[in-house]
Structures are given as structure tokens and as C-alpha cells.
Design a protein around this ligand. Structure first.
Ligand code: R5P
Length: 288
């Protein structure tokens, strides 16, 4: 196997290559003044199994790079192509919430599929059921065990794992299993037009205990801020946050810290200052 790390996942791609002790072929890339993208796979991949590693955040430019990489790998004669897309964008628009809306993830799936890839690996996709729209094997890996294991370092006091909405309940359960802790769930409503969220007050036996809020994505931080405030108001001692994809748009990190969160634990599906866990071993293991 050969790893081809896309512009959005250079370091992660090299880490995976190192773990697999396999060749890594660099990609030349640049953006033209008009915004167009240039991609060049700098090596021979003919008749080889190629794993293209490319996350899709910031979203649109990195999606175009992903399509170009996958299509070029096919053009250059790769015998098998694995698309490794740690954060698959647009998965939250998985239905027509309002009449006339694009079901964006369906379009993205079709575009990936049309490049002729053989399989797709992703991590904690927002809505797993959308993967059934692919007509080839898809593997949704979970970083939750790693997040749980990382949290063990903090010697949490009677930990209570909480999902900030119903969608993240299964993720919270995975972390709770590692921590051998209680698990609870908040209820969230989002205004479809303004995007404003409201979190319903849920009574949890959290007083004087450490809490962990678990979600797949942190975008503006609003979901986490609401949950953290609720837990603090009920007497939680320390509040930690674990998320697979900490996008941290604008001042999300500051807002979350202002809500008295001790620490945000993210992964390098999106690489930034809170990426405390690398998903390289998870992906390397899945590729073997
Ligand atoms: C949606 O339900 C996701 O699981 C996240 O909860 C959401 O994307 C977080 O968005 P924000 O940080 O903007 O509240």
C-alpha cells in the first residue's frame, strides 16, 4: 500500500505511513489566484493500492482537492483506491429539513463514488445511516475509545458522561464504557432558520462530580456552552469536553472556556491546538 496525504492531512498521512511502514507519496498543490486548485501526485502509483488521506475542513477547498486526488489516482492507474476522509463534511445536512433544501451529503457521496474509489474510511460521521447510500464498502471508525482513555489521565472524580443532544448519545455511551461511568443525555433544539440552539434543562446527579461532555463535532461551540452551563449550574465540579472533530469556528474555544470548561480534547481529524489525540493508529489499524 502507498499513502498519498492530501493537502488537508499532510501530517496525519505521514503518521499513518510511518505506522504502516509504507511509502508515502507527496502531493504538490497550490491555489491559483482565481481560487482554482492545482494537484499533482508526485510518484508512481500504477498498479498499486493507494490510500488517499484527506480531511474536509475547511470544507469546500479541501473537498475539491479530495475529488481531484481520488480521480487522479484512478487516472494514474492505481489498482485499488481507499479514500480516508477523517472528517466528512456536509454529513449534518442528511435530509431536507425545509422544502427545497439540498440533501448535501447525498451529493457529496455521489461525487466521491463517481471518482471510482473502492472503499471509504471515515471517523464518527455525524449520521452513520448516510453511508448506506454508497455502493461500495464504507467503514465508520470511532475515536471515542481513545478519547475515553485520554480522559483517564485526569483522575476524574465519579465521572458522569453527558451527550449534549440525542444525536451524540451513542458516542457518550462509548466513552462512559471506558470510564466505567454513568451516562446521561441533554435535549437540544435548533432553529432551522437562525441556527440558534436551545438546550432543555435535564436534572442529572452531577453535584460535586466531574462531567465529560461528548460530541462528534464542535462547530460554533453553542451546543457545548449550553450543556456546560447546565452542568455547572447543577454543581458539577470539573467539566471536560471530548469531540472527534473540533472545528472551533471563530471564537468557539474562548466561549467554551468561558463556560468554565477545564479542557477540550479533540483529535487530529481536524488539526489544531486541541488535537490531543491522533487518529493515525486507528486508521492504520483499519487499513491493514
Ligand atoms: C449536531 O447535532 C452536532 O452533533 C453538533 O452538536 C453540532 O454540530 C455542534 O454545533 P455547534 O458547536 O455550532 O453548536
Amino acid at each position: 500500500m502507498i499513502i498519498v496525504p492530501g493537502p488537508a492531512s499532510q501530517i496525519l498521512g505521514f503518521k499513518i505511513g510511518r505506522l504502516l511502514k509504507t511509502d508515502v507519496i507527496p502531493v504538490d498543490f497550490k491555489r491559483f489566484p482565481d481560487g482554482e486548485t492545482y494537484i499533482r501526485i508526485d510518484g508512481d502509483i500504477k498498479n498499486k493500492h493507494v490510500a488517499v488521506v484527506q480531511t474536509t475542513f475547511p470544507t469546500n477547498p479541501h473537498l475539491i482537492e479530495l475529488f481531484l486526488l481520488l480521480d487522479t489516482a484512478r487516472d494514474l492507474g492505481a489498482s485499488k483506491i481507499s479514500a480516508v476522509v477523517p472528517y466528512l463534511a456536509y454529513a449534518r445536512q442528511d435530509k431536507r429539513f425545509r422544502p427545497g433544501e439540498a440533501i448535501s451529503i447525498k451529493t457529496i457521496i455521489r461525487l466521491i463514488e463517481n471518482t471510482g474509489v473502492d472503499e471509504l474510511f471515515t471517523i464518527n460521521i455525524h449520521e452513520e445511516s448516510v453511508l448506506s447510500d454508497f455502493h461500495f464498502p464504507t467503514i465508520n471508525l470511532s475515536a471515542m475509545k481513545d478519547i475515553g482513555m485520554h480522559l483517564q489521565k485526569y483522575r476524574l472524580k465519579e465521572p458522569y458522561v453527558v451527550s449534549p443532544d440525542q444525536g451524540a448519545e451513542s458516542l457518550a455511551k462509548q466513552v462512559a464504557e471506558v470510564l466505567n461511568s454513568d451516562v446521561g443525555c441533554c435535549f437540544k433544539k435548533r432553529d432551522l432558520i437562525t441556527g440558534e440552539i436551545e438546550t432543555e434543562m435535564v436534572e442529572l446527579a452531577i453535584k460535586d462530580r466531574d462531567a465529560v461532555i461528548v460530541d462528534d463535532i464542535i462547530s460554533t461551540g453553542g451546543t457545548i456552552v449550553n450543556a456546560a452551563k447546565m452542568l455547572k449550574a447543577q454543581g458539577a465540579q470539573r467539566v471536560f469536553v471530548g469531540a472527534s472533530h473540533a472545528l472551533l469556528i471563530q471564537n468557539a474555544r474562548t466561549r467554551i472556556m468561558q463556560a468554565q470548561v477545564e479542557e477540550i480534547i479533540g483529535t487530529d481529524t481536524v488539526s489544531n491546538e486541541v488535537s490531543k489525540i491522533s487518529v493515525a493508529p486507528l486508521i492504520a489499524n483499519a487499513l491493514t
